[in-house]
Design a binder for this molecule. Sequence first.
Ligand SMILES: Cc1cc2nc3c(=O)[nH]c(=O)nc-3n(C[C@H](O)[C@H](O)[C@H](O)COP(=O)(O)O)c2cc1C
Length: 320
Amino acid sequence: MNQERGNKTAEPSLEIGLLGMKMRTPIIMASGTFGYAFEIARVAEFDFSQIGAVVLKSVTLEPRQGNPPPRVAETPSGMLNSIGLQNPGVDYVIRRYLGMLKNFDTNFIAGIAGDAIREYVECAGKLAAHGDIRAIEVNMSCPNVKDGRRFASDSGAAAELIGAVKKGCRKPVIAKLAPGTGDIQEIARACIDAGADALSVSNTYVGMVIDTHRRRPLLGNDAGGLSGPAIRPLAVHNVHLVYQAAARRDVPVIGCGGIMTGDDAAQMMIAGASAVQVGTAVFTNVHIAADIAAGLGRYLIAQKEKEVSAITGTLQLNRA
Ligand SMILES: Cc1cc2nc3c(=O)[nH]c(=O)nc-3n(C[C@H](O)[C@H](O)[C@H](O)COP(=O)(O)O)c2cc1C
């Protein structure tokens, strides 16, 4: 986007640097909505030049079947899912999928999940050893078998998890926070103190849809994760809160939740995000990242900004 145009005004740059990765745009495909990249590339001529990175679907140490169907339900301006981390296990993913990443010209971040710290650490170590994996994103929404509480809901458990993953792998570690955890700033600080190199804000919100005829939850798993534009204002607010905790320590925040347009991405960045993730929107249009990038470019031109990174954290509160 940086060439001189006829009128001699240079187009703004969407390039950013994040965790040692050079990204052509600040747009990252969110975990679980873009598979392991090769599936999307197979069905659509996907333009990887318009995205900065892909977070691969969360991988666990052992294969998981996932939750019973139905696994998705439509909701106003969003969707509810309870996939249940279905995946073929880390060894299979490394053996069968990661070799294909070299065909796609972007950065890849591995997503990991588990129900014990040992599982996360082992998974991170194996994935981080792969040359095409540039960073590890830790999905902290999973319950800890020890006490059934989500890692992301308790600052002690969050710190223990991130500290252990960080010790066990040599690639940058991104802590993916969960909403609805009480004080999200406290959890963010705990992750930063434990060594997190960046924070993703955030995963889905827990919700339920009820089939009133049967008086039963619509999803086989009863509850699921709400995503899409319905959660965007909640996510923007959480990015704003976490940015306050993270900026002082120079730890980048990655905004995620309901982004569908360039303006949505700009909102997240103004609130404090250095980059953004796009998930549910991909189900409406697999090429939506390119539209979001173009929209972000137009926003920067209108704002007379030369670099997208210049808008990060520029929010001016009315009540300041
Ligand atoms: C169908 C589906 C599957 C998902 N799977 C994962 C996953 O495996 N790991 C993870 O960290 N997040 C997962 N997520 C959460 C997304 O990465 C993202 O954090 C969330 O959907 C909010 O962003 P969005 O509103 O743009 O979708 C999933 C979301 C959806 C809709």
